[in-house]
Design a protein around this ligand. Sequence first.
Ligand code: MEV
Length: 435
Amino acid sequence: MTNYSGFSKSNRAQRISFLSEHTDLSDSEIGLHYGYDSHDPDQQSLLEEMIENYTGNFPIPMGLVPNVVINGTTFQVPFVTEESSVIAAAAKAAKFWAAKGGFTATVESTIKKGQVHFIWKGDPEKLQSLFPDLRTKLLQSTELLTSRMRQRGGGIGDILLIDKTRQLPNYYQIDVAFETADAMGANFINSCLESMADCLRTAPELNTGDFPPEVIMSILSNYTPDCLVVCRVEAPIVALAGWNKQMNPATFVTKFKQAIDIARFDTPRAVTHNKGIFNGIDAVLMATGNDTRAISAAGHAYASRNGTYQSLTNLSLEAHTFKYTLEIPLAVGTVGGVTQMHPLVKVVSAVLNHPDAKTLMMIAAAAGLANNFSAIASLITTGIQEGHMKMHLSNVLNQLKASEAEKKIIRTEFKELPVDFRTLEGLITQIRNRT
Ligand code: MEV
């Protein structure tokens, strides 16, 4: 295998000609690397500098979910997603619930955490007894770094010493709580932790004997159970009649409850169930320039907090009322990082009326709950394929470059057919031969 050194120092044109030399891409495939360049040179250079070894822009569709009413305010929510039906599902649920007062959301807390992981081979009791003074020094070591954040209402909260020596010999953590206002705050947290790590490493009181503290690593935790939002919808059970004409509301809600209960004890189902919640959440996170990986990791870990992996949504049917809730950690940011740079993220922020981080937590949660509601409602009634296949059919017909007339014939004459590429390809050929 060849090891291409110096690649990072090459420019974009060199990287693309490298691809041309080392792959069998056609000229038009090579050209696609330039095909989605921004017309605005400033925006283009911004994108080129956002990542390393840049070769081109990779478009993913953006669409709008209207009528998302949260705590009485209506949002038109941009979704960025590659999956068909996600927007249709969210839009249908948002509209349905808007007519019933919409979503109610509350941000329970916004604390994030990070740890300095270290080894101390000295006396554990000595470490504990020195810690109160050490804590003050650790905090002081971050003062410069936190000054602007403190002005914005953020900063550092609890600093704890956690003894983990049962899990790993001589292993301790300095566990630090952060409030990062409207920023996701990863850089801020990591800088503070690294500063604390230096302070710990060089603290004279810990460097008296043979065992100075050895820092292993300093890093934020993407597990954010204290950065929590709860989003709910509620309506009398009879009001669910409007969703599905074929099924009476009592049967609908009973099956809905069973579907939720299954996802509370059955991991294989719970994973798919939660994936459907993330269909909406990820689409909002992508559109707003947030870190989808961090937030999914936190969500799935939170789903396991009771020892088994469970549904993130819950349903109660007490007092003839459908009370449906999503509780999820969403450590989002609306300032700093990509949110300030990406031209479309700025547009999305304007569409959402420049939300602060708490408002964005509520919007993303509402998107997740909307997608989950639609998914479960389809699964227990028509099945998921009916809606999916309509979109899939359009995608395959476009792939086959079907004309509008051909699309019309397929849609009217072949309603019951399975939508697979080969079948449709055969049909288009038949239609073309007919004419
Ligand atoms: C598909 O992207 C998402 C669903 O599978 C979610 C679910 O099963 O709940 C429909």
